[in-house]
Design a protein around this ligand. Structure first.
Ligand code: SAM
Length: 193
């Protein structure tokens, strides 16, 4: 029988990510994927014709994800091991969806702004930036979010050339368990020169 996390990765999380806006055939970047609690369901949603770039700086977590992908016969997950740097080694305008899930609080303001700029660069014109801003003042504040509200983070992203679209809340994966959380979706603001 599947445990709760296996059920999330292969069933409930699949449904949730579809609600967020992921579709079959898309290319997704899961930045800061850890062991893939979102990469695995994303891979199930995008299917054989899609790709999920699962990027992290923790080799051990990536090894665990790789083993899981093999066990589940998911051939569309591309593991990307990076240093702590912010540059994303993907082409301009090549990605349909960027996930920043429970990762922005690792980075100070300048780093976060660089991350938004990188998301803007790699996303296609109609691409989706999907953010799980865990650990703000309203929700167990820690690290670089310990003095920041959800509203401030939302504004910061909008100041980086993104337009807020929709908020999706639910009982979602966090670390090795689950909690009530909200995902914020943004679209690219098109720049006219
Ligand atoms: C709390 S975990 C979230 C994992 C996953 N996104 C989730 O929601 O289940 C944050 C992950 O982001 C990774 N991370 C943070 N900053 C990073 C960076 N600059 N480059 C690569 N990985 C990073 C950490 O190594 C960690 O595995």
């Amino acid at each position: 029988m599947k445990n709760d996390m296996e059920k999330w990765e292969t069933e409930n999380g699949v449904g949730f990510l579809k609600k967020i806006g992921l579709k079959s055939g898309q290319t997704v970047l899961d930045f800061g994927c850890r062991v893939g609690h979102y990469s695995v369901p994303a891979a199930k949603v995008v299917g054989n014709k899609g790709i999920v770039y699962a990027l992290d700086k923790e080799q051990q977590a990536l090894n665990e994800l790789e083993q899981k992908a093999t066990h589940l016969n998911l051939k569309n997950i591309r593991i990307v091991n990076t240093s702590d740097r912010i540059r994303i080694d993907l082409e301009n305008n090549s990605i349909d969806v960027v996930l920043f899930y429970d990762v922005l609080h690792y980075h100070e303001k300048k780093g976060r702004e660089n991350l938004y700029a990188e998301a803007y660069r790699v996303l296609k014109q109609d691409g989706l930036l999907s953010v799980y801003p865990k650990h703000t003042l309203e929700d167990d504040p820690i690290m670089e979010f310990q003095n920041l509200s959800l509203g401030e983070i939302k504004q910061e992203i909008q100041n980086s050339n993104f337009i807020f679209g929709k908020k999706h809340c639910g009982f979602i994966s966090h670390d090795n368990g689950f909690n009530q959380g909200c995902i914020l979706n943004f679209k690219k603001q098109i720049k006219f020169f």
